[in-house]
Design a protein around this ligand. Structure first.
Ligand SMILES: [Zn+2]
Length: 169
């Protein structure tokens, strides 16, 4: 089942929940529907509600500590939308800008999506050494970007139980 995006009262993306959970939050007046699927409705017993795609909490939830999204190869490909940082074509590999053999780290700022050809061609060199300039600079996804990119980072753990509980109350 598709998940529903949960926005904080301040409209900042917070998390995703199951459709079930989203409906319960709306019925409990803890959230309002911001966007719904056109022409789809939830019908059960005394419930008739548009199927929510995005809900927004009525009360602001303070998230005390938000970890940076953890680095992963999959995360780099998603962040760069599977576009090669050197030629812009479809990327299936992750390249270390400063090669690991030169002390380059597994980090958001040192890795980019790359097509297999360019990854092979660049080999153990920096972009300068290889004469292969980056089309765009790598960046660290913010928690909100990570959320929208679907890079789960365990942020659910920082949210109140009543928001992330999976069973219908
Ligand atoms: Zn390429």
């Amino acid at each position: 089942m598709r998940d529903t995006l949960v926005l904080n009262a301040s409209f900042e993306p917070l998390s995703t929940v199951t459709l079930n959970r989203a409906v319960v939050l709306v019925l409990q007046d803890k959230a309002v529907v911001e966007q719904s699927h056109p022409a789809l409705r939830v019908r059960a017993a005394a419930v008739d509600l548009p199927v929510p795609r995005v809900i927004r909490l009525c009360r602001y939830v303070r998230v005390p500590f938000r970890r940076q999204a953890p680095w992963s190869r999959r995360g780099v490909l998603v962040r760069d939308q599977h576009r090669c940082a050197y030629c812009g074509r479809r990327a299936t590999t992750v390249d270390h800008v400063v090669p690991k053999s030169h002390g380059g780290a597994d980090s958001w700022l040192n890795t980019v999506a790359s097509c297999a050809d360019d990854n092979h061609r660049k080999a153990d060199r920096t972009p300068e050494q290889a004469g292969m300039p980056l089309l765009h600079e790598p960046f660290v996804p913010s928690p909100a970007e990570a959320m929208l990119l679907g890079l789960r980072s365990g942020e659910r753990d920082a949210l109140p139980d009543w928001l992330s509980a999976q069973s219908a109350a």
